[in-house]
Design a protein around this ligand. Structure first.
Ligand SMILES: C[S@@+](CC[C@H](N)C(=O)[O-])C[C@H]1O[C@@H](n2cnc3c(N)ncnc32)[C@H](O)[C@@H]1O
Length: 175
């Protein structure tokens, strides 16, 4: 059965959400416009895709679409997901939406997720779990068991998994 990101994450209006490898963050802005969060922290290495002019444009677009003002404060971090410039136990939810397969330094990334995630927090991964090659970026995609094993090595275990759409799946991890 398909579920929306909100049905999987069920974040509260006070939750701090950190999205790693968020790209232009249109999806994150749309999600938090539909369901307010306490804070949205957007992290990507690429300043050409993640920047304030484009983010302001996305916010304005969704404000018009939803007919209301954006209330979730957003921040931008141009940083490597393996060196997150945030304090320990900052995030209630960490999202890796179609980005995990692009991250080179997975051990460092997992150690940082473990550090920055609150004890009762969750991680949501969206990926195509084919084990093949991603058409867009040419990087190798994971299989489900590779991702589950990766997170298990940091004591993060599957609490939900299911389809996002015809292609991609969500896997939600908790401690
Ligand atoms: C396939 S894109 C996904 C973007 C967005 N989440 C989406 O679903 O459209 C992967 C993103 O990961 C970013 N990225 C790659 N390596 C990274 C790293 N080490 N740390 C942070 N971001 C990284 C890229 O710049 C790119 O924007």
């Amino acid at each position: 059965m398909k579920k929306s990101l909100y049905e999987v994450g069920n974040w509260s209006p006070t939750d701090c959400i950190l999205s790693l490898g968020c790209g232009a963050a249109w999806w994150e802005i749309k999600q938090t416009m539909a369901q307010e969060a306490g804070e949205l922290l957007l992290l990507d290495t690429n300043k050409d895709v993640l920047n304030w002019p484009d983010l302001d444009e996305a916010i304005a677009y969704f404000e018009e679409q939803y007919g209301k003002k954006a209330t979730t404060p957003a921040s931008i971090f141009h940083a490597d997901a393996g060196q997150i410039p945030l304090s320990d136990e900052t995030a209630d939810q960490i999202w890796l939406l179609n980005s995990l397969h692009e991250l080179d330094n997975l051990e460092a990334v997992l150690a940082e997720i473990d550090r920055v995630l609150k004890t009762d927090g969750c991680v949501i991964v969206e990926e195509i779990l084919s084990g093949g090659v991603h058409e867009g970026c040419g990087k190798r995609l994971f299989t489900r068991s590779e991702i589950v094993g990766l997170f298990a090595s940091h004591d993060l275990h599957v609490v939900y998994e299911g389809s996002k759409d015809e292609e991609a799946d969500y896997i939600k991890f908790g401690r």
